[in-house]
Design a protein around this ligand. Structure first.
Ligand SMILES: C[S@@+](CC[C@H](N)C(=O)[O-])C[C@H]1O[C@@H](n2cnc3c(N)ncnc32)[C@H](O)[C@@H]1O
Length: 222
């Protein structure tokens, strides 16, 4: 069964994966969700001018696109790493309507998808991208990250990507003052993160969702 494009409530596309039976984003709005969870509560939550960011589940490239746009607008230097086991196919990524909705040229999104994997690529003066085609379960890196955008399919659909082993690895990949953000606020996920040492902060969720989670590596840093 093939992935297909769907329109979410803010007019932006998402992809529906029939095997997993889940869309890549909230039906309440892909862009609205990404802006809230990963841009407002991720990239813009701290005042730094330089970040190493890891995205789990590169997918449509929406989070990378929004981060690259904000980096350029606010002069923030971003070194972005994205993990993806099943890269989105050309027939899908060429149809995505994100750039028109955020006032960018579509070549910006194409560049994110068509640049080489497994090597650092300069996307704009403020945004470097390294894409790794690898399972999250097998991912290691010498880079230490300031922020992890944890955007896997839900724990109901892929519980093995939300277990203690994975979060232990995420914890190790963060700098001492680093943090992880995710759209998910399920009790079992927060308990698993806490068990590996994270401090859990519950934040207001994007439209259609009551809560989301920020997990800090160091306790009470804020
Ligand atoms: C919820 S989607 C989000 C995608 C992306 N962040 C976006 O905005 O389009 C989850 C992504 O994780 C990817 N994925 C699934 N299993 C994976 C695994 N074991 N390791 C790495 N990525 C995986 C899927 O292919 C999909 O692109």
């Amino acid at each position: 069964m093939k992935n297909k494009l769907v329109i979410t409530n803010d007019g932006s596309h998402s992809i529906f994966n029939p095997e997993i039976n889940e869309t890549y984003h909230s039906k309440h709005g892909a862009i609205v969700e990404a802006e809230h969870v990963f841009i407002k509560n991720g990239l813009l939550a701290e005042n730094n001018k330089q970040f190493n960011i890891l995205e789990v589940g590169f997918g449509t490239g929406l989070n990378a696109l929004l981060t690259a746009q904000k980096a350029k607008q606010k002069n923030i230097a971003v070194n972005y790493h994205g993990i993806e086991l099943y890269p989105v196919k050309k027939e899908n990524y060429t149809q995505l309507n994100f750039t028109g909705l955020i006032g960018e040229d579509n070549s910006d999104l194409l560049k994110l998808h068509e640049c080489d994997w497994e090597a650092e690529q300069k996307i704009n003066d403020f945004f470097k991208l390294t894409k790794n085609e690898i399972a999250l379960e097998n991912y290691t890196s010498n880079t230490k990250f300031d922020i992890i955008y944890f955007d896997a399919f839900s724990p109901e659909k892929q519980p093995h990507l939300w277990d203690e082993k994975i979060f232990n690895n995420m914890y190790k990949l963060l700098k001492e003052d680093g943090f992880l953000v995710t759209y998910c606020a399920k009790g079992v996920v927060k308990r698993t993160m806490k068990a590996v040492g994270f401090e859990i902060i519950v934040l207001d969720g994007p439209p259609g969702k009551r809560q989301m989670t920020r997990a800090n590596k160091s306790i009470s840093q804020k």
